[in-house]
Design a protein around this ligand. Structure first.
Ligand code: UD1
Length: 366
């Protein structure tokens, strides 16, 4: 029996881990080969940032919650490392599986490797080159001590090879976030805001902003929102607001009759909105992947991305963070000139099964 720890901490982890758990359970139904314990670090703790996702995505209750809560980068990292180390000292696993690039990902990878527990990184190898983002540091540190890399693209494979990772440790499997998207697409839920505003398909824009570089500077956040409002052709802007952004916006007093700031949505409600909107304007990484698969025009308010296939293949474009760049992009959208895009290789809903198959091979069960 293989003993695996599955680590989650923040919202974008939940949709990446859910299909892996379901794939493990499918294998175990035939023959119990992999025992897993799901560990929530508690980085995200609000019900609408965490619990809702467990319910909607049918993720079992975590075996442990490290309850780290909010804090500075170092406080969160340290708290998670200490909490997870304690668990490992009491009961060691054969593998620590981390996903994505949040602080919980890096912290648990470090604790595991220091106790000689190998690390598997799902979504390993991606890089934005922007070391001012905490996520890039998390990616670099995690990948520098990862043993098994489960990757989403050939670009990620190339990055890893360049860093000297051997091919036998790179498993190009696709994107588990897309497993979740494809599995749930038929059961997206119409959110409250839809009927409240009488929304129509392709007649509203979805906006999300939470990167410190966009939201922590008040004047810039206000300029970005003002420009989007000014050039969105009178369409309603549906803006589910991340807690970080909410705190800042509350102080700024931004309001506009077409700007609908709503609480963070559940997974099924949020993607209902994305699937039907005219376009998404975002600074998230994961949303650019989901928009690509659903063929929805996506504008990214960042200067770089670690997911460049969403641009070269998908529907995403980097707009940058200068508010003046918003008008030309929205003009292009409204002139009907946005690219159509295609779906990257292996983003097919089967990624988690591939991962579990590789795990069985790594541990010589196949
Ligand atoms: C984290 C991830 C980011 C991801 C984002 C998605 C890191 C470095 N960043 O950023 O990659 O895109 O999650 O949401 O790991 N807060 C609450 N309730 C919560 C969680 C947070 O109010 O449940 C507040 C915190 O008090 C803090 C802010 O939100 O002020 C930021 O939370 P934090 O976990 O530090 O990082 P995120 O910005 O959410």
């Amino acid at each position: 029996m293989i003993k695996i720890d599955l680590i989650v901490g923040a919202r974008p982890n939940f949709m990446k881990i859910a299909p892996i758990i379901h794939a493990l359970e499918r294998v175990n139904n035939t023959e119990p080969l992999i025992k897993y314990r799901l560990i929530h670090t508690g980085q995200h703790y609000d019900a609408n940032m965490s619990e809702t996702f467990f319910q909607q995505l049918e993720i079992p209750k975590p075996a442990f919650n490290l309850n780290v809560g909010s804090g500075t980068q170092a406080e969160q990292t340290a708290g998670i490392m200490v909490g997870y180390e304690k668990l490992l000292l009491e009961d060691k696993s054969d593998l620590c599986m981390v996903v994505g690039d949040v602080t919980s990902t890096m912290a648990c990878a470090i604790s595991a490797r220091k106790l000689l527990v190998p690390v598997a990184h799902v979504e390993g190898g991606i890089r934005s080159g922007d070391e001012t983002m905490p996520e890039e540091i998390n990616r670099m540190v995690t990948d520098s001590i990862t043993n098994y890399f489960f990757t989403t693209s050939e670009i990620a494979n190339e990055n890893l090879r360049r860093f000297g990772v051997k091919d036998q440790n790179i498993f190009f499997v696709g994107n588990t976030m897309i497993d979740t998207l494809l599995k749930n697409r038929a059961r997206f839920i119409k959110p409250e805001i839809w009927d409240k505003l009488n929304l129509n398909e392709k007649e509203y824009i979805v906006l999300t902003l939470h990167r410190p570089s966009n939201v922590d500077e008040e004047a810039k956040l206000k300029d970005l929102i003002d420009e989007i409002i000014a050039h969105s052709h009178n369409l309603p802007l549906i803006f589910p607001v991340h807690p970080r952004t909410a705190k800042i916006i509350a102080g700024l007093g931004i309001t506009h009759p077409r700007l609908y700031m709503i609480k963070p949505q559940g997974y099924l409600e949020f993607n209902y909105l994305v699937e039907r909107c005219k376009a998404v304007i975002t600074d998230s990484g994961g949303i650019t992947e989901e928009a690509t698969v659903m063929g929805v025009p996506c504008m990214t308010l960042r200067d770089n991305t670690e997911r460049s296939e969403t641009i070269t293949i998908g529907t995403n474009e980097l707009i940058g963070v200068n508010p003046k760049a918003i008008k030309p992009s929205l003009d292009k959208l409204f002139q009907g000139n946005w690219k159509k895009g295609a779906i990257p290789d292996l983003w097919d809903g089967e990624t988690s099964d591939r991962i579990v198959h590789h795990l069985l091979q790594i541990f010589k069960y196949e």
